[in-house]
Design a protein around this ligand. Structure first.
Ligand SMILES: [Fe+2]
Length: 289
C-alpha cells in the first residue's frame, strides 16, 4: 500500500480518494475515504497573542526544543515500556519483561485486530500512569514560548497524553490534518516526543508554514469524516492545498527533544518506513492560560 508497491484503488464509491504527499521529497500515497471540500476565504490561525506568536519561528510554525534533562527521558521511557508490557499481557501475549524492547512490538503484535486492542488500552491513559513530572514540562515549554501554560484541557476536563504506536510497513497513521479544527485544540501548543524507533524514516512529518493557509486553499473533510484502512479519525483529512501535493518534512527530534508546533500546522501521515522497528511517540497538548 505504500511507496514502491502497487496501489490498488478500487472506486467502489466516489468517496474513495488517493492521498498523495511528499515526505522529504519522497512520494507516498494511500487511500482515504471521505467527502472533501474547499473552505471559505478565512484564516483560522490568529497571528496576534497565540501561543507561538512571540517566537522567531512563527512563520515556520514548528520548532525542535529540549524537553528532558539528565535521566528524565530514560525514566519516562521505562514507564512507557511497563504500560505496553501490561497491555500485551492483558491480551495474553507471553513476554519476557527483561529482554523485551519496545522497537520489537510488531514481532508480538502481528495482526491489526490485536494492535487495535492494545491501542484501545494505550489511548485511555491518565497522566499518573506515566513516570514523569507534567508540571515541570508545562513550565519548561511555557518558558520557551513566553506564555503561562497548563496541562489541563478544560473542555475535555482532563490532561491529554497519548502513546502513538506505528508498526513497520503499516498504515498505523492518521491523515495529514490540523488539530486546531477541533474547538478544544484551538489555543494550545502541540508537543510530539520521540520514544523509540523515531528517525528520518518514521518521525512525524509537518508541512512548514501551512498554518498560514486560509481555508479556501485547503481541500479537506469534516471532523470525523475520513477513514484510512477502516479507521475513522477525529481530525479531518487534508488531501491537498492550493499549492498542489503537500511537500512535508520530518524535523526528526532526537530522544530527549520535543517537536512543538501550532495546532494549525498541517502534520500527520507518519508512515514508518523502517523495515524492522516499531516507532513509538508520545503526544501532549498544553493550553495557553
Ligand atoms: Fe494531530
Amino acid at each position: 500500500m505504500l511507496k514502491n508497491t502497487l496501489v490498488k484503488i478500487t472506486y467502489q464509491n466516489t468517496r474513495m480518494k488517493t492521498c498523495s504527499i511528499y515526505i522529504d521529497e519522497e512520494a507516498f500515497e494511500f487511500n482515504v475515504e471521505g467527502d472533501f471540500f474547499w473552505g471559505e476565504n478565512k484564516l483560522l490561525y490568529k497571528k496576534e497573542n497565540n501561543v507561538i506568536s512571540k517566537m522567531p519561528w512563527q512563520k515556520e510554525g514548528f520548532k525542535v526544543v529540549e524537553a528532558f534533562r539528565n535521566e528524565e527521558f530514560d525514566i519516562l521511557k521505562k514507564s512507557i515500556k511497563k504500560i505496553i508490557i501490561n497491555a500485551l499481557k492483558e491480551n495474553n501475549i507471553e513476554i519476557n519483561d527483561s529482554s523485551f524492547v519496545l522497537e520489537d512490538y510488531h514481532k508480538y503484535v502481528t495482526t491489526n485486530e490485536l494492535h487495535n486492542k492494545i491501542i484501545s488500552i494505550t489511548r485511555n491513559l491518565e497522566i499518573d500512569d506515566f513516570d514523569f513530572d507534567i508540571d515541570l514540562l508545562t513550565k519548561r515549554f511555557g518558558d520557551i514560548l513566553g506564555y503561562k501554560l497548563t496541562s489541563w484541557v478544560e473542555e475535555l476536563k482532563k490532561t491529554h497524553i497519548q502513546i502513538r504506536i506505528s508498526r513497520p510497513d503499516s498504515l498505523d497513521i492518521n491523515p495529514p490534518h490540523r488539530d486546531g479544527y477541533l474547538s478544544y485544540w484551538e489555543d494550545i501548543i502541540n508537543v510530539w516526543l520521540p520514544i523509540c524507533g523515531c528517525n528520518k524514516k518514521s518521525s512525524l512529518p509537518v508541512l512548514p508554514g501551512s498554518h498560514l493557509l486560509p481555508e479556501n486553499e485547503i481541500l479537506r473533510t469534516e471532523n470525523k469524516g475520513a477513514k484510512i484502512n477502516g479507521n475513522i479519525y477525529h481530525v479531518p483529512c487534508i488531501l491537498e492545498t492550493s499549492n498542489g501535493i503537500m511537500s512535508m518534512r520530518r524535523p526528526n527530534p532526537k530522544e530527549g527533544e520535543a517537536l512543538i508546533f501550532t495546532p494549525f500546522l498541517i502534520h500527520g501521515a507518519a508512515i514508518n518506513q523502517n523495515k524492522d522497528l516499531t516507532r513509538i511517540s508520545l503526544e501532549l497538548r498544553f493550553p495557553k492560560l
